[in-house]
Design a binder for this molecule. Structure first.
Ligand code: IPM
Ligand code: MG
Length: 408
């Protein structure tokens, strides 16, 4: 027998979720235009260490950032602000993904460098609070999660545009346990949310000259929300006749990324939130591991730059936090440079990362005291940036690596 009271209670919860999402759509309709960093008197950069290894690797990355922006900071054209309060203990104590005072501080910044934060999951003893990453993405409306992956010697140059505020994440902490036997989660796609991520991906495909965009969904099964991505793609593509585009399902794309005959053809990807989460870990692994990948979370008003991995509390428990690899966070600094109009600095930092991590390897990181500390490695990167022959050195390594791949 169906218990009508149970259905009514679930309907009420669902109704509340619908009200929230429709209100969100109204807010999205009022969204302003992109911020212009060149018009700011002073760029405010928040640094938010997070927890676990977060504060360690974030501090190393902050040094690199301050080194690159030294002139701007000195001229008071940029200001770095430390923002505490995003630790799991604090979040659990106030039962909020982001404590109110921390959020208020974050909102006074333009861009944020953020260390990993521990995300509670069912059964780990922490209260069921939403992930701080996910909350920050939603509350600052950081709708585009941009994740570049490059392996020059394999011809791989991918940029992922992961939708960052909707999909299966929008109501990830608001599923309904209808009865002990029935649990339901929800997936959200709005016209406004889908339009803006697909437009951002087309703009990038066009402006970068790559002119090729691949949509990744499972629209044959998840017909309504993924279907909306597909139909939006068809509509917006008409405004970008110079960009070739195609549509893939997530399962086969997961296979294609490890197909040496095919993978270097792909350039720019656009995907709903959950597929973007999964596929970018696979892509990062091809580049050398999730520890090598950074991510830009970009909205029209705010932007946040972070690693794509978690807070590794085990490393802290074992007393090895200072040996955690800061390269993902340093990569995030390179993305920040590109975003704030300092592309030349971003390019140099990326070259130095390639030289130090992949080729020259004067210092290596092992995650323990058999290798360098994060701070030592950050210093190595800064010293490499200072080298006047950096570009030449980088080119030399890339050419050599390409040649040795061909001979294999
Ligand atoms: C990422 C991470 C986060 C996500 C976690 C930590 C909540 O995996 O940034 O990809 O799922 O988005
Ligand atoms: Mg992830």
């Amino acid at each position: 027998m169906v218990d009508e009271k149970v259905i009514k209670a679930a309907q009420e919860k669902y109704g509340e979720l619908l009200r929230q999402q429709l209100k969100r759509v109204e807010d999205l309709k009022k969204e302003g235009d992109w911020i212009d960093y060149s018009k700011l008197d002073k760029l405010i950069i928040g640094v938010c260490g997070g927890d676990g290894i977060g504060p360690y690797i974030c501090a190393s990355a902050q040094k690199v950032m301050e080194f690159l922006l030294a002139d701007k900071i000195k001229a008071k054209k940029a200001e770095v602000r430390i923002i505490d309060g995003l630790t799991i203990e604090r979040r659990a104590a106030v039962l909020k993904a982001i404590p109110d005072d921390t959020l208020a501080e974050l909102k006074k910044c333009h861009v944020i460098l953020k260390g990993p934060t521990t995300t509670p999951s069912k059964g780990d003893g922490w209260p069921n609070i939403e992930s701080a990453n996910v909350a920050m993405r939603k509350q600052l409306d950081l709708f585009a999660n941009i994740r570049p992956v490059s392996v020059p010697e394999l011809g791989i140059n991918w940029t992922f545009f992961r939708e960052n505020t909707e999909g299966s994440y929008a109501l990830g902490s608001n599923g309904i346990e209808v009865t002990d036997d029935l649990a339901m989660d929800f997936c959200v796609a709005t016209k406004q949310g889908t339009d803006r991520i697909i437009t951002a991906a087309f703009e990038f495909a066009k402006n970068s000259g790559l002119n090729y965009l691949s949509l990744v969904t499972k629209a044959n099964i998840i017909k309504t929300t993924d279907g909306k991505f597909l139909s939006t793609m068809e509509r917006i593509a008409k405004d970008y006749p110079m960009v070739k585009w195609d549509s893939w399902f997530i399962d086969i794309m997961t296979a294609k990324l490890i197909d040496p005959a095919r993978r270097s053809d792909f350039k720019v990807f656009v995907l709903p939130n959950l597929y973007g989460d999964i596929l970018t870990d696979e892509a990062a692994q091809i580049q050398g591991g999730v520890g090598t990948a950074g991510s830009a979370n970009v909205g029209k008003r705010y932007a946040m730059f972070e690693a794509i991995h978690g807070s590794a509390p085990r490393m802290v428990d074992e007393g090895r936090a200072q040996y955690a690899d800061p390269c993902s966070m340093i990569k995030a600094v390179a993305l920040m440079m590109d975003h704030i109009g300092e592309a030349e600095k971003g390019k140099k930092l990326n070259m130095a990362l390639d030289v130090c991590v992949q080729f020259e390897r004067k210092l290596v990181m092992t995650g323990r005291n058999t290798g360098a500390t994060g701070d030592e490695f950050a210093q190595y990167i800064m010293d490499t940036i200072k080298r006047p022959d950096l570009e030449k050195v980088w080119n030399g390594y890339i050419e050599k690596a390409k040649a040795s791949k061909k001979n294999n």
